[in-house]
Design a protein around this ligand. Structure first.
Ligand SMILES: Nc1ncnc2c1ncn2[C@@H]1O[C@H](COP(=O)(O)OP(=O)(O)OP(=O)(O)O)[C@@H](O)[C@H]1O
Ligand SMILES: [Mg+2]
Length: 245
């Protein structure tokens, strides 16, 4: 959507008011050991933002079958935990974000931490791209969206997910949350993940509706999709969290 273009070892894209903040964030993360985020390379002579190109495979829909391997789920959980932990020391004074912060602010969220923004080599996660829409928020905001895409928490009729049993989804949701919290050495309120996912999907539906109304007619079907997925999560919350029902 942002018109990313590869130029040799770099990727260039439209800059915005958020660009200096994002470049500073990427530098901060790399300084804290996250060698899997793109290196910020400043602005090119055409005024575009430049970051390093991360070599590997970026999966697109329809997702390849290997994306449902357990290694992908646990790799993603650990990388997200690492991002959140490293982001707490980031100085947000005078920061400018493309997406408004979500309350309560605990960390810097990637805001689109999903397979289509991950780079893989031999089925293992080696990078995460598309940082322009990062902004402060609660940990669960990123975790909820990752769970939506990777557990998955989609209505089984949504072809973007995997048509798996609810019990298997409950197990994968637990594995995702356990891996994330074990990495942090902190308890996580897993009961908060599903309501956050529903909220996230309502937000997406709202945003997508506005884009469809503004002329992107192709996006209108996605509005229903997000709403159906949210309804599926609400209907299956008890089973997904290991309760009765
Ligand atoms: N730093 C990078 N390293 C390697 N590939 C990249 C990088 N940045 C972007 N890409 C490639 O360009 C594509 C689009 O980039 P990006 O995800 O940043 O933009 P986008 O606006 O979200 O576009 P899309 O809607 O297609 O995801 C990615 O799917 C990936 O294949
Ligand atoms: Mg992307």
């Amino acid at each position: 959507m942002g018109g990313a273009v590869r130029v040799g070892v770099s990727v260039r894209r439209r800059s915005g008011a958020w660009s200096p903040t994002i470049q500073r964030l990427l530098r901060h993360l790399r300084q804290h050991g996250l060698d899997w985020v793109p290196e910020p390379l400043g602005r090119d002579q055409d005024g575009r933002d430049s970051v390093s190109y991360l070599a590997g495979e970026v999966p697109q829909y329809p997702l390849p079958d290997w994306i449902w391997n357990e290694d992908v789920l646990t790799d993603a959980a650990r990388h997200l935990a690492q991002l959140h932990a490293a982001s707490t020391g980031f100085d947000t004074t005078n920061a400018s974000w493309q997406i408004s912060a979500h309350q309560p602010v605990e960390v810097i969220c990637h805001n689109d931490f999903a397979p289509y923004n991950m780079v893989f080599a031999d089925g293992r996660l080696t990078g995460v791209i598309d940082w322009d829409t990062a902004s402060p928020g609660p940990r669960v905001w990123d975790l909820a969206y990752l769970a939506y895409r990777l557990v998955p928490l989609t209505d089984p009729a949504n072809g973007d997910g995997l048509d798996s049993e609810v019990d298997e989804r409950a197990r994968r949701l637990r594995l995702l949350c356990d891996t994330y919290s074990r990495y942090l050495g902190q308890e996580l309120d897993t009961a908060a993940v599903l309501p956050a996912t529903v909220q996230r999907l309502y937000d997406l539906a709202h945003f997508t509706q506005a884009r469809a109304d503004a002329g992107h007619e192709d996006l209108r079907s996605h509005v229903d999709l997000y709403q159906r997925d949210a309804a599926w999560i609400i209907a299956h919350t008890a089973s997904l969290t290991g309760g009765a029902g």
